[in-house]
Write a protein that binds this ligand. Structure first.
Ligand code: 5GP
Length: 302
């Protein structure tokens, strides 16, 4: 008898653990949607393809509310227009409802379409702490033929940084001179502190030699390159999840809460810039992300 009672208890404990894991996974997915780390269409696809996925168990109301700029009023109107009951879960939508919701999403959140044609000038940007520097360094090590641009900066070298290798370390007057002489392809003040810029000469030279050139720069710089070199391929590096980016941004917990909040606000704004880019690459694994970036250039073996 005692056995009969304990088995269901164990089952119940396991079931409630699973339910808790599910809830956590759904909450994390909702943050990814809100912060634009994941496209809504990708979540829907997952829900439709795998009835047992976390996405499939998400309520359609929660899904809509997690999308950027959708409030309760809008949510209710959309559900009514699409003929979807608010108690439905994504995995439980009928064929027609799936098509209707997908069409609505495609209109409201146009899917990211990679551009036609590839360039040998690649620009790698993305939110702070996503790991651009690490991916760029990996690309340099594994692709000796590719030219990784060395930026000029007014900040001081960190331990181990070598002038001419990691950066050209300049004082303010030297940086001003480069600007005046038109020697910078782009430049910007980053984090309201120091100036950074891409020397034009080495980039032109490497391109003339038929090499692929990679610029690892901030968003403002990427926008300037878009203006001055419209054919450049702009790559936006995404974190695998919002929670992962938060970890990388504030993981060590050495910042006060104000600084923490400031960084998260910045990351959110930066993520919103992804639609301006030609390609999105997810940095879940450095080697894979590095390979994905290199394959986007016209000079790479595909
Ligand atoms: P760090 O000081 O940590 O090396 O770099 C800080 C930020 O400056 C990074 O986000 C990096 O992408 C950006 N950065 C580095 N070089 C350039 C550059 O030449 N132009 C622009 N616009 N940003 C740069």
């Amino acid at each position: 008898m005692a056995e009969n009672r304990t088995v269901p208890d164990v089952d119940r404990a396991a079931a409630s653990r699973r339910a808790l894991e599910r809830r956590r996974a759904r909450a994390s997915l909702k943050r990814d949607l809100a912060m634009r780390v994941t496209a809504p269409q990708a979540v829907l696809r997952q829900a439709f393809e795998d009835a047992d996925s976390d996405a499939a168990t998400m309520r359609v109301t929660d899904f809509l509310m997690a999308l950027p700029a959708i409030g309760a009023g809008k949510r209710d109107r959309v559900l009514e227009d699409l003929g979807i009951s608010p108690v439905k879960r994504l995995g439980g939508l009928g064929v027609r409802q799936r098509a209707a919701l997908t069409a609505w999403l495609d209109e409201r959140f146009p899917p990211h379409r990679p551009r036609e044609g590839r360039s040998r000038l690649l620009v790698l940007a993305g939110p702070t702490a996503v790991g651009k520097g690490t991916v760029a360094a990996h690309i340099r090590e594994t692709n000796p033929d590719l030219h990784l641009s060395v930026s000029a900066t007014t900040r001081s070298p960190r331990p181990g940084e070598v002038d001419g290798v990691h950066y050209y370390f300049l004082d303010e007057a030297e940086f001003d001179r480069l600007i005046e002489e038109g020697q910078l392809l782009e430049y910007a003040t980053v984090h309201n502190k120091h100036r950074y810029g891409t020397p034009r000469g080495p980039v032109d030279e490497a391109l003339a030699q038929g090499k692929t050139v990679l610029l690892e720069i901030d968003l403002q710089g990427a926008r300037q390159v878009r203006e001055s070199e419209p054919s450049a391929s702009l790559v936006f590096l995404l974190p695998p999840t919002w929670d992962e980016l938060v970890n990388r941004l504030v993981g060590r917990g050495t910042e006060d809460s104000e600084e923490r909040a400031r960084r998260l606000r910045t990351a959110r704004t930066e993520l919103a810039a992804q639609s301006e880019f030609d390609y999105l690459v997810v940095n879940a694994d450095v080697a894979t992300a590095a390979r994905d970036v290199v394959e986007l250039s016209s000079g790479s073996a595909r």
